[in-house]
Write a protein that binds this ligand. Structure first.
Ligand code: TAP
Length: 497
């Protein structure tokens, strides 16, 4: 650990003493009587204690969102006015960027650099881009051929209308950013929203709800319920007044949410993580591939749905690739997120730390060779990163999402063999291909089973590029026009004259 920790801003401490639980109708609300400590993953100490929502509090949040939707206070505004408010919200997030980055780093454990650049920096771009769709949603006129009654003429068109109350259920790996991925498309479409953050990481969503209010988003349009997934989350997904559920998290919970949504015919989108491969061809630039692998595998300690965790490397590069990855992870400095010199930070929780350690033990027991990284402190939820060599497709670590700093390397000889292993997964969120052979890349891209394929890069997202999975990685897309349209219903109108 280094002695370069940055000082906490007074605004962070002020927020920690102000937050009390959920945020409904523009006010903090302490909850049902049950409480949870919100933990700093670097030392396992409590940052604050929040009241937890039960079903009655979820009812209040949904009722507040529905009231705002029904009275048209938000959706009835001129689109340009809503766009201006969302842009002001983005300006406020930018102006409070350091405070928000510190809050996210403290609660999630992540590096302050990532919190500043990715969580806040990317989110501000995302907010501005998505706010722009507010004024660009449109239907179409269609050329109908209706033949009766005789002599009648018709004018027909489609109308895009906000779907109603949206429920957003958010995980703990990028709580700030993923909250905004749910909130901004919903608000741009004219919906109101109830966010349920992960119980471990609710702080940034609560602060965002305050800033939205300050920007002019009417009270009740953006509510946050802090409560257990099995109680508040499930009840929210099942709520008859919720018209769309958007979820990011595990495949198992995603399926339950999909079923709950279908039961009351709510629309739903599910972003369910991945077991994402990197395919390094014989001609690849090894320096770039190693650098890319470290970035793709260890960003946020590997707690990234799009992280690379299976590395298929041509046999001619395999040993050098493993050696260089191993060298890099041994030399990493370790410390809390608020230590700018730390390259490796704690995982989000004791529960998740134990799950990742169990995956590493199991991989070793199944025959993988474990190349360990820098030593980590016992205090806090750290896991030393590992490179696993000698991994086979059948091993659990090659098949299940670990969501931690665990890089499994598997050699291949023929491209077809590498491609077959890339596609040999139930999951299909993202993949990357490393080669300088343009024709090879162009031939392989359509054959890779993933929602996103990167070439010579990995985990590079943009607000304009739809993001989501195929196979067990989910249904629907975040970002771009698709994310906003997914918060609308298409109405067909046919006028006889
Ligand atoms: P999940 O259980 O899927 O949690 C994600 C969100 O769903 C949290 O807000 C959680 O609330 C809520 N939730 C849990 N059970 C629910 C239910 N029955 N109905 C409605 N909402 C519910 O993820 P996890 O257990 O925290 O992590 C498990 C694994 O999921 C990880 O190891 C990783 O493999 C994967 N994961 C993937 C992603 C992405 S980005 N795709 C993100 C996180 C985790 P609580 O926090 O209160 O439980």
């Amino acid at each position: 650990m280094t002695d370069t920790m940055i000082a906490r801003l007074p605004e962070v401490d002020a927020f920690l003493s102000r937050a009390s639980g959920s945020f409904i109708d523009g006010e903090h609300l302490s909850g049902s009587g049950r409480h949870a400590d919100i933990i700093d993953p670097s030392n396992a100490l409590s940052l604050t204690r929040l009241g937890l929502a039960d079903e009655a509090i979820v009812d209040r949040a949904v009722a507040s969102a529905k009231r705002c939707f029904d009275n048209g206070i938000w959706r009835g505004m001129k689109p340009a006015q809503r766009e201006r408010i969302l842009l002001k919200f983005a300006d406020l997030v930018e102006a409070h960027g350091e405070e928000l980055a510190q809050l996210e780093s403290l609660n999630q454990g992540k590096s302050i650099h990532i919190a500043r650049m990715v969580d806040v920096g990317f989110s501000v771009d995302f907010m501005r881009y998505t706010a722009g769709w507010t004024t660009k949603l449109e239907g179409q006129t269609t050329s109908v051929s209706i033949g009766m009654p005789e002599g009648a003429e018709f004018h027909a068109y489609t109308l895009r209308q906000p779907v109603g109350v949206v429920a957003g259920i958010v995980p703990w790996n990028f709580p700030f950013m993923i909250t905004l991925w749910k909130v901004i498309p919903a608000l741009a479409a004219g919906c109101s929203i109830v966010i349920k953050p992960a119980t471990e990481t609710p702080l940034s969503a609560l602060r965002l709800a305050e800033l939205a209010l300050e920007a002019g988003v009417p009270a009740g349009t953006f509510n946050v319920v802090v409560g257990a997934g099995s109680i508040a989350g499930q009840y929210l997904a099942e709520h008859p007044d919720v018209r769309k559920v958007t979820f990011t998290g595990s495949t198992a919970v995603g399926k339950q949410i999909g079923h709950a949504a279908v039961d009351h015919m709510a629309r739903f989108s599910l972003e369910l993580g991945g077991k994402n491969p990197m395919l390094v061809l014989e001609d690849a630039d090894l320096d770039k591939a190693v650098h890319g692998a470290l970035m793709a595998g260890l960003l946020n300690q590997g707690q990234v749905c799009a992280a690379a965790s299976r590395f298929y490397v041509h046999r001619s590069l395999h040993d050098a690739f493993c050696e260089r990855l191993h060298g890099a992870i041994q030399g990493m400095s370790v410390g809390p997120g608020l230590d700018p010199a730390a390259q490796l930070n704690p995982l989000v929780s004791r529960r998740h730390q134990q799950s990742v350690l169990a995956h590493i033990e199991r991989a070793q027991a199944e025959g993988a060779k474990v190349l360990r990284g820098a030593a980590v402190p016992e205090e806090g939820f750290y896991v030393s990163p590992v490179v696993l060599s000698g991994v086979t497709q059948q091993m659990t670590v090659a098949r299940e999402e670990v969501f931690g700093p665990v890089l499994s390397v598997i050699p291949f000889d023929k491209i077809e063999e590498g491609l077959a292993m890339v596609n040999d997964s139930d999951l299909g969120l993202a993949a990357s291909l490393w080669t300088n052979d343009l024709s090879q890349a162009m031939r392989l891209i359509p054959r890779i089973e993933a929602g996103t394929v990167w070439v010579n890069t990995h985990v590079t997202l943009d607000a304009s590029l739809p993001f989501g999975g195929v196979k067990q990685s989910g249904i629907g897309r975040e970002f771009g026009r698709e994310a906003v349209e997914a918060c609308t219903e298409l109405k067909s109108v046919c006028i006889a004259y």
